[in-house]
Design a protein. Structure first.
Length: 246
């Protein structure tokens, strides 16, 4: 029986494409200018975006931007810059990228597009006595901002995000923390996300997994790692009733 749901954020709770690609295309040029990197033909900007998994017309579901933390993205950017003969310490890249995204979000006040009425969904889960958690690669402040803006913070029993020390998915640290708070067994938890990495996160740490088609991945991108696949979290209550009736 499923007694707890651990949600991914972008592509699962909110529309990834309505927020993040546009932000990345603002942040990377700012980063280049901030570091006075000569990029007259735009080749470095294009390369950094491609290393992050962003091309002009698609997001790579296995690319860095689809699932990695800022620290991991900084490693990829550092490697790309090194290939262009630009040497910047990876920690400096991490701090700059994190701050640039955070400040750009604050200045643009993004409108979070969801796939269903989120307060109604949260109430429906709580009526089923479901514990609710978040496991995201985003930073803590940004994650909490989104939950507050959607008026659903009160429903969350656990928020797992990048706080500078927490290990990113697919490491099981956030599942362990969720279990410690709720007292649940791993097999009583359903991890819901939009990437293969989310499914790996759940599968290798003993939970059930549910892939959604509202984010960066198509069904085939999950490579049979998803126990269940739904169009979006709007279908989650029906799925939980089905699972718990088995």
């Amino acid at each position: 029986m499923i007694k707890g749901v651990l949600f991914d954020k972008d592509g699962t709770i909110i529309d990834f494409f309505a927020v993040w690609p546009t932000l990345a295309r603002e942040v990377i040029p700012k980063f280049i200018r901030q570091n006075e990197i000569f990029d007259n033909d735009g080749s470095i900007e294009r390369d950094l975006l491609e290393r992050m998994g962003l091309s002009e017309d698609r997001v790579d579901p296995r690319g860095a931007f689809a699932y990695k933390s800022y620290g991991e993205i900084a490693d990829d950017i550092c490697a790309a810059l090194t290939d262009h003969g630009v040497l910047i310490e990876v920690y400096s890249i991490y701090m700059q990228i994190k701050d640039l995204f955070k400040n750009t979000i604050k200045n643009t006040t993004p409108i979070y597009k969801t796939f269903t009425d989120m307060p109604d969904l949260m109430r429906a889960l709580k009526k089923r006595n479901i514990f609710i958690g978040l496991a995201t690669a985003d930073i803590q402040e940004s994650a909490e901002l989104m939950l507050n803006d959607l008026y659903i913070m009160e429903f969350f029993d656990y928020i797992g995000a990048d706080d500078g020390t927490r290990k990113p998915k697919p490491d099981g640290e956030m599942i362990k923390e969720f279990r410690e708070i709720t007292g649940l067994k791993a097999e009583e938890i359903l991890v819901v996300g939009d990437t293969f990495n989310d499914m790996l996160f759940g599968r290798q740490n003993g939970t059930k997994t549910c892939g959604v088609l509202s984010g960066v991945s198509a069904a085939e991108d999950y490579d049979d790692m998803a126990d269940y696949i739904i169009d979006s979290i709007a279908d989650l209550p029906e799925l939980l009733d089905k699972i718990n009736a088995e």
